[in-house]
Design a protein around this ligand. Structure first.
Ligand code: PMV
Length: 353
């Protein structure tokens, strides 16, 4: 008798979040960016997805647990996303999914969980259907599909420094991201300590945030600025020019918030403690001549970006001067990371009894 040992079909993956150095802000068409962006993939802030393949039913997702609890909102978002990309994922015409997932970082910490989660599910489903590691063409497909779930997720399919959006770089385009190949090794020692200044739910969805660029009076200037910052950042990364790198990273963070403050309606996401932290970081940098910079996503939390060589002195600075600005002194330490990986995979084909 032929039996399908469905219960043995499973895959467990981890996929990281990323922090943008040049920010994606504003989109057109089907989740395409109005400007190029450049990010660093993180190592410790990851989503872990455990997927069991079940008998096919009406919906791609049968069961969904996030951090050990059923989460209907998240389940619906994932289910709708999978329906929208079903034609590209043959595995979804054979099975429905039972998913258990969690993040290694706290909810509402200002670290993009949509980037790690959307890249994790797409990576897992393509990898399960494949005999071996994904080829570079298949990774491009994964990046393309993850983008449809959350724009910045397309950058999480690769480790290291990643670019997305049409720019002067070869093979750059709006549809999927690519790893940046020419990077001075000093940047592999980058660290990112996230100061948790505000842990409340995001005030608005990122779709709303991006829509603020549609009629923004500075839209054309922003597109020019992001293209120039991308060009200059890529040169700085290639040449090991740490000072230019830091100047661009901070310019991008403040430009993003400047754009939000000057849109209609205006949005202010910085907290008084974000500004205090920025002041302290600048003062400490000048006093100690240290390569330490900040970046900020669409929230109040500050990502402190520095290098392994200065780790001890900066960790002391964080403890003595910055952690008191954080909720419960909370700081999350992360670093330059490697991209998604398979933690385990079990495939049972038809079994003859
Ligand atoms: O991927 P989304 O739609 O969540 O947008 C991300 C926007 C920023 O985090 C502010 C910038 C970026 O490039 O990651």
């Amino acid at each position: 008798m032929m039996m399908n040992n469905l219960e043995y079909n499973s895959i467990r993956v981890s996929s990281p979040s990323n922090i943008a150095f040049v920010k994606y802000w504003g989109k057109y068409g089907e989740q395409l960016p109005i400007n190029p962006s450049v990010s660093m993939t993180l190592q410790n802030c990851v989503s872990i997805f455990d997927i069991h393949f079940k008998e096919l039913s009406d919906n791609p997702i049968e069961n969904f647990q996030f951090e050990s609890k059923e989460n209907l909102k998240f389940k619906k978002r994932m289910n709708d996303f999978l329906i929208s990309i079903k034609e590209h994922l043959p595995v979804l015409s054979k099975y429905s999914l039972s998913i258990t997932c969690s993040n290694t970082f706290p909810h509402s910490s200002g670290i993009a969980s949509s980037a790690s989660a959307m890249s994790a599910i797409v990576f897992a489903l393509l990898r399960f259907d494949n005999k071996d590691e994904l080829s570079s063409k298949q990774l491009q497909k994964a990046s393309y599909l993850a983008r449809l779930g959350s724009g910045s997720a397309c950058r999480s399919l690769y480790g290291g420094i990643v670019h997305w959006g049409a720019s002067e770089l070869d093979n750059s385009n709006d549809k999927f991201a690519s790893p940046l190949n020419s990077v001075d090794p000093i940047f592999e020692s980058l660290l990112d300590s996230v100061l948790i200044i505000d842990n409340k739910e995001k005030k608005f969805s990122s779709t709303f945030g991006h829509s603020l660029m549609n009629n923004h009076p500075y839209k054309e200037a922003r597109i020019l600025q992001a293209n120039k910052n991308t060009h200059d950042l890529i040169s700085a990364l290639r040449d090991g020019d740490i000072k230019s790198f830091g100047r661009i990273v901070e310019n991008e963070a403040l430009s993003l918030h400047g754009l939000m403050m000057t849109s209609d309606p205006s949005v202010i996401l910085l907290h008084p403690n974000s500004l205090k932290a920025i002041d302290s970081i600048k003062a400490f940098r000048t006093e100690n001549q240290i390569d330490m910079y900040f970046t900020i996503d669409a929230g109040a939390n500050i990502h402190l970006i520095y290098f392994e060589k200065d780790k001890n002195i900066i960790l002391r600075f964080i403890r003595e001067s910055l952690s008191s600005l954080c909720i419960d002194n909370k700081v999350i330490h992360d670093q330059y990371g490697n991209g998604p990986k398979v933690l385990s995979i079990t495939k049972a084909n038809f079994n003859v009894d």
